[in-house]
Design a protein around this ligand. Sequence first.
Ligand code: GDP
Length: 297
Amino acid sequence: MFENLSDRLSGVFDRLTKQGALSAEDVKTALREVRVALLEADVSLPVAREFIKAVEKQATGAAVTKSVTPGQQVIKIVHDELIGVLQGEGDPGKLKIDNPPAPILMVGLQGSGKTTTTAKLAKRLKDREGKRVLMASLDVNRPAAMEQLAILGQQIGVDTLPIVKGEDPVAIARRAKTQASLGGYDVYMLDTAGRLHIDHELIAQAAAVRDVANPRETLLVVDGLTGQDAVNVAEEFDDKIGVSGVVLTRMDGDGRGGAALSMRAVTGKPIRFVGLGERMDAIEEFHAERIAGRILG
Ligand code: GDP
């Protein structure tokens, strides 16, 4: 997930720990390399800058440079700062689904992995929390996407709202709500239409559905491989629709990881889950400590 960044950082820190005694200048030099590594991982410039500033402030003082293990101390500071950058409030994996039936709105661009993630989360809620989940596709312009959700539903044993031709997304959302109440479901998930770019129609549709469903969670699915673009997409969706969290997909790929590091700092929104493959169980909740551990190798 963070192979390149992780390799680069371990190179820098190996040298630092081998050096033994460290001057403030040695630490600064090492942190310049860390900064370059972060930027190469596609971390946004202001985030990288702030990060290095915060580390430098703590790591160049006498308490570190005069300690017996200065290199280790610098690593510990970087580790803690990474957690600070990554961590949102509360438990990322805990979806707000009290008061059944709880609506969850899924939004994102086409191809981001939205439908797959909808099904993965539904399966998770069913398997781990014993919830009865109903999924509905609102992608009326792409019958194949509606069909895809129905197929995934069958695969994972989660019900999908029957497809009615000619219905608009708001009507589908209303029907999902009624069906979820009458059918005694705990959660209903609305998989909204995706498009290749954020356009007026996409936003207007998602906003109309949001206003009808009054979702407990609005999860934005973004492709982690797209780096800073993923962060820009998140900013725009949050601005126009309001999201309660982000799911970063394709974190199993060889992406540079920058999106994970910049997301919360830039958008103020926590990453809640990461997608780690195409299989229905390839999803993990986003744990800042675990991710920081992976980055530092
Ligand atoms: P949507 O258009 O946003 O609904 O995207 P889909 O859910 O149809 O996903 C597009 C493709 O990406 C599918 O082939 C998925 O199997 C794949 N995909 C989704 N999430 C992940 C992930 O976390 N890792 C990988 N490797 N592939 C994923």
